[in-house]
Design a protein around this ligand. Structure first.
Ligand code: ADP
Ligand code: ZN
Ligand code: MG
Length: 495
């Protein structure tokens, strides 16, 4: 497209994501080595995952099941027959010189993920999901120079840790259905939530158990043809996914508006500088010399196995959200928040699943969770204890404010609600005898407000109630206090 042609055009952004998630299996994909993050370097390796001569791979049944589980939850067709292929290339972190992956017969295809951005529901089609092994990890070291550590070109030497080599990975390839950087980040979050819900992967972007390559192109709005795409790698957070894409959209628009062509290539996201940098030209499937893995038989998923996995699918978040909208009647936004993790939804139900529980979770608990940087259900507070706190508030044993205080204590330190009410002195003073003395003291100290109230100014009573709450440090039952103050002021008991 020429500069003049491009000048008048409104561009549409087109994005497709390739997402890798490390499967939460006990062992690796083709050997019995533990699949564990953070073990000492090269402590979880064996002849199979090191690619030593004369060894044979044995597929991990659980890894296949986890892929089927994810595939079913995403509405994919599961292939009765699929196979493994070798993807050949050299890199020091890959001891076999090929990655065992799936090329033209993946395990799952043709699904979709629905998710919300604001109140709009988006639907992104899933092209395919396949199983493959992870590579090891290169650590580029620059002695005494922290600033260049991590970059191959600037480093003195490179260490390789093969613990990750052979860890099972799920690759989920979307169709190019995303239309904005924020939409792409929202899709990725929804996918993470779903994979976590299914306990397929822990999906920690910061530990690399969830990774994403983003493909992006521009085209004239209204055009049905796809533009030339660029693939972006090396984004380590949801924010960097949307920042990298946003940068790339602007860069490509400037290229097109100059009358140039976008070069099809792989670019890397430089988090520090906030730019994408050209890494290499586009590689093609034929570059990898894919061929069927001769050491592994064709993978057969029969009806019986499929039924067995199906029977283990938990109620999915979308179904739960629908249920919560009906009973107890959460709003769509509340229901989708409540089902953002399974532990949170389970907590909600275990605490009674009422509207009141939802309100306290959304306000108090989510604030406490945010402050401590943990999941709401990970605090010390048991769901039954939340139910007890609400009962104490409803019975008037403690005030709303006391309830919040109690909850905070329970969340941070745990304990028994009833016992804590005693120990923290949170019980409301509702007994008339107990309050009478305080009532008289307030009336004596504020004769003017008493006078005003007597002459018909109802608002003056608020002043007196406020003073009484202050004297009792918020522990007086406000309804009882109000009634006692009004009666006493009208009877003229202050003097
Ligand atoms: P490749 O052959 O380069 O691997 P694929 O067709 O397999 O490309 O697609 C890889 C990913 O890129 C998919 O997620 C797909 O949705 C996305 N994609 C493909 N073409 C485009 C495009 N023109 N613009 C944006 N994303 C695209
Ligand atoms: Zn091994
Ligand atoms: Mg591809």
């Amino acid at each position: 497209m020429s500069a003049t042609e491009a000048a008048g055009l409104v561009f549409e952004t087109v994005i497709g994501l390739e997402v890798h998630a490390e499967l939460a299996t006990r062992t690796k994909l083709f050997c019995g080595c533990p699949n564990r993050y953070g073990a000492p370097p090269n402590s979880a390796v064996c002849p199979v995952c090191l690619g030593l001569p004369g060894v044979l791979p044995v597929p991990n049944r659980r890894a296949v099941e986890l892929l089927i589980l994810a595939g079913r939850a995403l509405g994919c067709e599961i292939a009765r027959l699929s196979k493994f292929d070798r993807k050949n290339y050299f890199y020091p972190d890959m001891p076999k010189n090929f990655q065992t992956s799936q090329y033209d017969m993946p395990l799952a295809e043709h699904g979709a993920l629905e998710f919300e951005v604001g109140s709009r529901v988006h639907r992104v089609r899933i092209h395919r999901i396949h199983l493959e092994e992870d590579a090891g990890k290169s650590v580029h070291v620059a002695e005494g120079r922290q600033d260049v550590a991590g970059r191959l070109g600037d480093s003195d030497y490179t260490l390789v840790d093969y613990n990750r080599a052979g860890v099972p990975l799920l690759e989920i390839v979307s169709e190019p259905d995303l239309r904005a950087p924020e939409e792409a980040a929202a899709y990725l979050e929804a996918l993470r939530d779903l994979l976590r819900w299914l306990e397929v992967s822990d999906c920690k972007m910061e530990e690399g158990s969830l990774r994403c390559d983003a493909n992006v192109s521009l085209r004239a709005r209204g055009s049905l043809e796809l533009g030339t795409k660029v693939e972006i790698k090396n984004m380590n957070s949801f924010r960097s996914v949307s920042s990298a894409l946003a940068f790339e959209v602007v860069r490509q628009r400037e290229v097109l508006e100059r009358g140039d062509r976008v070069v099809q290539e792989t670019r890397t996201w430089d988090e520090e500088r906030g730019v994408t940098v050209s890494m290499r030209g586009k590689e093609h499937a034929h570059d990898y010399r894919y061929f069927p893995e001769p050491d592994l038989a064709v993978l057969v998923v029969d009806r019986q196995w499929l039924d067995q996995v199906d029977a283990s699918i938990p109620e999915l978040p979308a179904a739960r959200a629908r249920r919560y909208r009906q009973d107890p009647g959460l709003t769509p936004a509340q229901a989708s928040w409540m089902t953002s993790s399974r532990s949170q939804a389970d907590f909600f139900e275990a605490a009674g699943g009422t509207l009141e529980v939802a309100t306290w979770m959304a306000n108090e608990l989510s604030r406490l969770a945010r402050e401590s940087g943990i999941d709401l259900a990970q605090g010390r507070l048991r769901p039954q204890a939340l139910a007890e706190v609400l009962a104490l508030v409803n019975r008037g044993t403690i005030s709303n404010k006391g309830g919040r205080e109690l909850l905070e204590h329970l969340f941070r330190e745990g304990g028994e609600p009833a016992e804590l009410v005693e120990r923290l002195g949170l019980a409301q003073i509702s007994g008339e005898d107990a309050l009478q003395e305080e009532v008289l003291a307030v009336l004596q100290d504020h004769p003017q407000a008493v006078e005003e109230f007597r002459s018909g100014k109802d608002k003056a009573l608020n002043v007196l109630v406020g003073q009484l709450m202050k004297r009792t440090r918020g522990r007086a039952n406000p309804q009882v206090a109000r009634r006692l103050l009004a009666q006493a002021a009208l009877r003229g008991e202050e003097g």
